[in-house]
Ligand binder design. Structure first.
Ligand SMILES: [Zn+2]
Length: 235
């Protein structure tokens, strides 16, 4: 997991060092020093990083780079640093971040759960449409050709009578599932007369399969249902 954090600076103190010479312009009494600390920030302080100091000269107007510091400046810096202690708020992230991470994982698990139960309820709605077919409903089905290769097509419900279902085959038949979700809805796309299938036997556990023909050797598996202007897919 990645977080995008910033580095921010905490300012402890600034002090004039009147006894020191500026190593750049050699003017006395014009050097000041600030003690700072970097810390990681993401919507709040996460964790402190290293402490450091910046020094400058009021006389020549230059920042004094660390490499130019005199031994006295190093001594003063150590002295100033000793008088500072990291504020507790800079450690906030050390216990907030694990909580945020836990919350993030929790939300993710919840989303997976919701999406699972949505797909379960979609599958249930498809099963319901199969078990209680309404005239005009279009089933998105996979069936097989005589040479036993998959065929992606559609059956439209003409009517149901008893445990028989009268379906109109579609003149659109695809050999792969690409564009399969573009359900043909024009009446002219379905071929009269209807053929008859048995309503699926829920006891057999195949509520999404139509069978027909002698010894039921022809079959079609329902993958989706077009009803009330929208396609409902099992998965
Ligand atoms: Zn100077």
């Amino acid at each position: 997991m990645f977080y995008y954090y910033q580095l921010r600076n905490h300012h402890y103190k600034t002090e004039a060092l009147p006894l020191l010479l500026c190593p750049l312009c050699l003017h006395a009494g014009s050097v000041s020093m600030s003690v700072m600390q970097k810390y990681y920030w993401l919507a709040g302080p996460l964790a402190p990083s290293s402490r450091y100091a910046i020094a400058w000269c009021e006389h020549c107007g230059n920042y004094i780079p660390k490499v130019k510091w005199s031994d006295e400046m190093d001594l003063f810096y150590n002295h100033l640093k000793k008088g500072t202690s990291t504020p507790p708020r800079l450690y906030l992230g050390l216990w907030v971040m694990p909580l945020l991470t836990a919350a993030f994982v929790g939300v993710l698990l919840l989303a997976i759960n919701v999406s699972n139960s949505r797909s379960q309820s979609r599958a249930a709605a498809v099963t319901d449409a199969v078990m209680h077919p309404q005239p005009g409903t279009i089933f998105q089905v996979v069936t097989t050709t005589d040479s036993n290769t998959p065929l992606y097509t559609y059956f439209k419900v003409d009517h149901a009578a008893g445990d028989s279902l009268y379906l109109l085959p579609c003149n659109v038949q695809r050999t792969d599932a690409m564009d399969w979700d573009d359900v043909p809805t024009a009446a002219g796309s379905y071929i009269q007369p209807p053929f008859v299938v048995s309503l699926p036997d829920t006891a057999g556990g195949s509520s999404d399969m139509f069978t027909w023909g002698s010894q039921g050797h022809k079959y079609a598996i329902v993958e989706g249902v077009w009803t009330e202007g929208k396609l409902l897919k099992k998965y």
